[in-house]
Design a protein around this ligand. Structure first.
Ligand code: MSP
Length: 494
């Protein structure tokens, strides 16, 4: 296995408040980052997230609030960081596209392409959707409106743009995808992308005139960099930026240049095309290695409906944290549906699941075993010399203490499956205790039963670390004490 791991989330537009969709991507990516940190060491993992702050959409939202775009972006970026902190997201860097180091990097990146004749000036005529921040193609328009943003008026535009010769690189991107050099996941998405490339690829705009809230093109200050190109480049520029120790957005001040290429870009299915074709095309043109994987996950609907401000059904991640705690919220999101598929959620279902799996499931199991163990003079796993070396019985010198099923699920990019496996063990242990009725036992027999339960709970605790870090630490602490005492409830019933 390679000894470094670089994982990214999309950078979120600051025109919107963080909602459960953004939180979902970020929480799942955080679980993956935590898993790889445990395996490879914290210094060998780079987990990047951040905010996408330029463009018409952001400028319009700022104006509607009577604010300057930068002031507005500062506020919303701070809000994102607040939400990530409440959800216990351990990113290594929170990236902002208004960071002057990024702005300089983007300028230099495009100037190089321009100097090499890969960017040219042309005319563009089309229907622009400010919601998507892109020109729409024929199949993206229904009844004269954007399928994704039917309420946003399409703007008919004819303008001079600079274009990147994407069509020259599409064949090589297709080859990279088909050879496995660049994996588009889940598998079905790969066929979808290859099919779309085969239908023909046009050159893409890299700049727009008249959009003042953006990075000016170094060779033509009347144009600013198209927001999608600006945003995609963040994945690379973040590895080139030397974050100083006094940089509050960075956890460490190390040079991250060695992290490129990214191991995985985690994105929602809505933005796969940009990541699977436009981004690799730009990288090939810049003669940079391609990311290894782009994983497109599915979309949440709420009670069967698209989440939207107009319907008023947007779920705020802070409400979930207030109700269920950070670990509860993380659990509910990761386990909501298979990573890669679409799924439906509802506040009611969240409540049921929380009560069943966490309050009555894991929480009750921990309380039950701790209460029985309280009767013993000493933690039975501390008595016998046969305590396994690693938490799963194998030597964990290199920090690897995950069950093989968990390793396998992560290797397949299925953190949801890994989590499900841990909870199957919770159920099985519950069942075993119900069958064995340890409360009717005493002496050595009780000690023997409890030793098994505690070892199993320690293992469950260790394997929960990527998903529910605080709960994992609590379980480990409760059951590694010399003398076990019944703790406070891990999850209160709702
Ligand atoms: N700024 C661009 C991304 C640039 S990346 C170089 C963008 N931002 S966004 O704020 O609109 O966030 C989009 C991402 O949020 C999606 O790709 C997805 O990861 C997540 N989600 C937004 N709504 C969602 C759901 N309803 N369900 C699941 N995830 C969703 O696009």
């Amino acid at each position: 296995m390679k000894n470094k791991f670089y994982i990214t989330t999309p950078i979120y537009y600051v025109n919107d408040r963080p909602h459960i969709g953004h939180a979902y991507t970020t929480v799942v990516a955080d679980a993956m980052a935590r898993f790889y940190r445990a395996k490879l060491g914290a210094d060998n993992v780079f987990f990047l997230t951040g905010t996408d702050e330029h463009g018409t959409k952001v400028a319009e939202s700022a104006a509607a609030k009577g604010k300057k775009p930068q002031e507005f972006a500062d506020e919303v970026a701070a809000e994102y960081r607040e939400v990530w902190s409440k959800l216990n997201i351990g990113y290594d860097e929170f990236f902002r596209t208004t960071d002057p180091r990024h702005e300089a990097f983007v300028g230099a990146f495009l100037l190089d392409l321009y100097d090499r004749g890969l960017i040219y000036k042309g005319d563009y005529k089309g229907l622009y959707c400010v919601g998507c921040e892109k020109y729409l193609s024929f199949e993206e328009i229904k009844d004269g409106a954007c399928i994704v943003h039917p309420n946003k008026k399409l703007v008919e535009q004819e303008e001079e743009n600079y274009f990147f010769k994407l069509s020259e690189f599409a064949g090589r991107v297709q080859q990279a995808i088909q050879s496995g050099e660049l994996r588009i996941l889940p598998e079905a998405r790969q066929n979808e992308i290859v099919g779309k490339i085969k239908q023909g690829v046009n050159d893409v705009s890299v700049s727009r005139p008249g959009v003042s809230w953006g990075i000016p093109l170094p060779w033509d200050k009347n144009q600013t960099v198209y927001v999608w190109v600006d945003a995609l480049i963040n994945y690379l520029s973040a590895t080139e930026i030397f974050a100083g120790k006094d940089d509050e957005t960075s956890r460490t001040g190390r040079n991250r240049r060695d992290f490129w290429p990214a191991d995985i870009h985690v994105v929602g299915k809505d933005i796969l095309w940009f990541h699977a074709l436009v981004w690799p095309g730009l990288l090939l043109a810049a003669e940079k290695p391609l990311p290894k994987q782009v994983f497109a996950h599915g979309y949440f609907t709420i009670d069967g409906q698209k989440m939207s401000k107009t319907l008023g059904n947007v779920i705020n991640p802070l409400e979930l944290v207030a109700e269920y705690g950070a670990d509860g919220a993380r659990y509910l999101m990761i386990s909501a549906f298979a990573f890669g598929a679409d799924g439906d959620v509802s506040l009611e279902k969240f409540k049921e699941k929380y009560n069943a799996d966490l309050a009555n499931g894991l929480g009750n199991l921990v309380a039950r075993v701790a209460k029985l163990a309280e009767k013993l003079p000493k933690n039975p796993t501390k008595i016998s010399a046969s305590m396994p070396a690693g938490k799963n019985g194998k030597n964990d010198e290199d920090g690897e203490n995950f069950l093989p099923e968990i390793e396998k699920a992560f290797a397949e990019n299925r953190p949801d499956k890994a989590l499900e496996h841990v909870f199957e063990r919770v159920k099985n242990l519950d069942q075993k205790i119900a069958n064995e009725e340890p409360w009717t036992k005493d002496g050595e027999e009780l000690e023997r039963f409890l030793k098994f339960y505690i070892e199993e709970l320690l293992l469950i605790g260790a394997n929960l670390a990527p998903f529910m870090p605080a709960t994992s630490a609590k379980i480990t602490q409760i059951f590694s004490a010399e003398k076990i005492a019944k703790p406070e409830a891990l999850f209160l019933r709702k």
